[in-house]
Design a protein around this ligand. Structure first.
Ligand SMILES: [Zn+2]
Length: 498
């Protein structure tokens, strides 16, 4: 089976054929570090993290490059607002960005170059473009000449003449075409600056992606990603710079992530629905945020809300409870009989069905929504299997359930959704105190505390000490943890929070 992906450049789904067999070279536009990451940005970075993880899971050797724009007009403006320096603003928000990505479980890119560390290479590409007559110098500024590049507008599918006539001509009279954009900007007083053949200045934003991708991945690399609002002009400009400088095609597949809305409205500070990633992660564990975002195809608009986060949390807890219950069955004593042949076959079919659908959906332009749907089908089938009858499980039943666990953990892992990640947050820290009191527990991990309480209750029951056994059950119930006695022993369920 092959992977098919939607290429913005050709406007159709194409079979993915990497430049080099078995390897993928991938570039994704990173953040401009002048504020905290909001959840709209987070969606883009999560999308490409999942695409990268899935390609790796499918056996590709992925080189993933993402830039950090640490010098830009917005950073300079923020520094003026805060009364600090552009360097300080960039330092603070780069750190905040890296922390937020770590917390969201986004894997570290293979390379994460910063604009301020790539100045000589940016000067070099600007010189190349001047030499090839694709750029011109006006005073201390250097502009790219859009008219000199025939393919301009191909990615965005815009009629460039129309865009040109609509462009405001008063922006910069020194440009020979309103669409021309800066490769190098002369420094204004008080701004950070670097020496160049055109005087002290700083690079333009579009330039860094062309330079860093060529430096890290070479020409005609495989996948270029970013949010769809970057298609014009940013990605159009990247293509113009790179293809004009190298004479080679730039990226081969262009993938664009859809935008995010909050409560069905565009997120904006004025509407009061502006959400920062770190605030969301304070209230919901990363796997839950991931699960919510992956329930929508990456190219579609995503509706984000606290209600949907609560639903995602309940869905996540359903998976965790199942996995926990499966792990618990391993401690039970198998019987000869177990489930009926028919029940077992139904579960086995559900397992292979889920595996096949997961891969088929993901291979089809990374349809995470379909892939998760396939996994939830399996969760349902396994729950039915486990609660089908009160008789104990046979060895073959335990093996089948073990397979369910493997498929779920492995497939969700390919999407970066960690099982067990929210478990600790699922149990309130107060259970530790309860376990100390009733079970002589000495640790401080809520999950360990619950295990200790269940063990203490099992001992109490064999000793027919009903009062002690009930104390454990009632204590856990106060935290929304219910204990159910089955033929195989005690099974616990964590009540979904409202
Ligand atoms: Zn870029």
């Amino acid at each position: 089976m092959t992977i098919r992906l939607y290429n913005t450049l050709t406007r159709r789904k194409e079979e993915f054929e990497p430049r080099e067999e078995g390897a993928v070279a991938m570039y994704v536009c990173g953040p401009t570090v002048y504020n905290h990451v909001h959840i709209g940005n987070a969606r883009t970075f999560l999308t490409f993290d999942v695409i990268r993880r899935y390609l790796e899971w499918r056996g590709f050797d992925v080189t993933y490059v993402q830039n950090i724009t640490d010098i830009d007009d917005k950073i300079i403006a923020r520094a003026a607002e805060e009364g600090s320096s552009a360097e300080e603003v960039a330092r603070v928000y780069t750190e905040a960005f890296l922390d937020a990505m770590r917390e969201l479980g986004v894997a570290k890119p293979t390379a994460q170059p910063r604009a301020t560390e790539t100045i000589p290479e940016m000067i070099e590409m600007t010189e190349r473009l001047i030499e090839r007559e694709h750029a011109y110098v006006v005073g201390g500024d250097v502009y790219f000449s859009v008219r000199s590049f025939a393919g301009y507008g191909r990615l965005s599918g815009r009629d460039i003449e129309e865009v040109r006539s609509g462009a405001r001509v008063d922006v910069d009279e020194r440009k020979s075409d309103p669409l021309d954009f800066a490769l190098w900007k002369a420094a204004k007083p008080g701004e950070p600056h670097w020496p160049s053949p055109w005087g002290e200045g700083r690079p333009g934003w579009h330039l860094e992606c062309s330079v860093m991708s060529e430096k890290e991945l070479g020409v005609s690399f495989d996948i270029h990603g970013g949010a769809s609002d970057l298609i014009f002009p940013h990605h159009e400009n990247e293509i113009a710079q790179s293809e004009a400088a190298t004479g080679q095609p730039f990226a081969r597949y262009w993938l664009h992530g859809g935008l995010l809305q909050v409560n069905a409205e565009k997120m904006s500070k004025s509407l009061g629905n502006f959400m920062l990633l770190r605030d969301v992660l304070d209230r919901y564990p990363a796997p839950v945020v991931r699960l919510l975002m992956l329930q929508t195809h990456y190219r579609s608009p995503l509706d984000f809300s606290l209600d949907r986060l609560d639903e995602a949390r309940a869905a996540y807890e359903r998976i965790e409870t199942l996995i926990r219950n499966i792990r618990w069955t391993r401690g039970t004593t198998p019987t000869m009989e177990g489930r009926s042949e028919e029940e077992r076959e139904r579960l086995t079919a559900a397992i292979s069905g889920a595996q096949d659908s997961f891969v088929a959906e993901m291979d089809d332009d990374f349809n995470t929504a379909g892939a998760l749907g396939a996994l939830f089908e399996l969760v349902r089938a396994a729950n039915t299997f486990m609660t089908a009858s009160d008789s104990a499980l046979a060895t073959a039943d335990l093996v089948a359930l073990s397979d369910v666990e493997d498929v779920l953990v492995e497939s969700l892992g390919a999407l970066g959704v960690e099982i067990g990640g929210a478990r600790q947050q699922g149990y309130p820290p107060e259970v530790v105190e309860l376990a100390r009191e009733l079970a002589g527990y000495r640790g401080d991990d809520p999950a360990g505390a619950v295990d200790a309480l269940l063990a203490a209750r099992a001992v109490a029951r064999t000793e027919r000490n009903w009062a002690a056994a009930d104390a454990v059950r009632d204590g856990l119930a106060r935290f929304g943890i219910s204990v159910e006695d089955t033929a195989q022993g005690a099974r616990i369920t964590l009540a979904p929070r409202s």
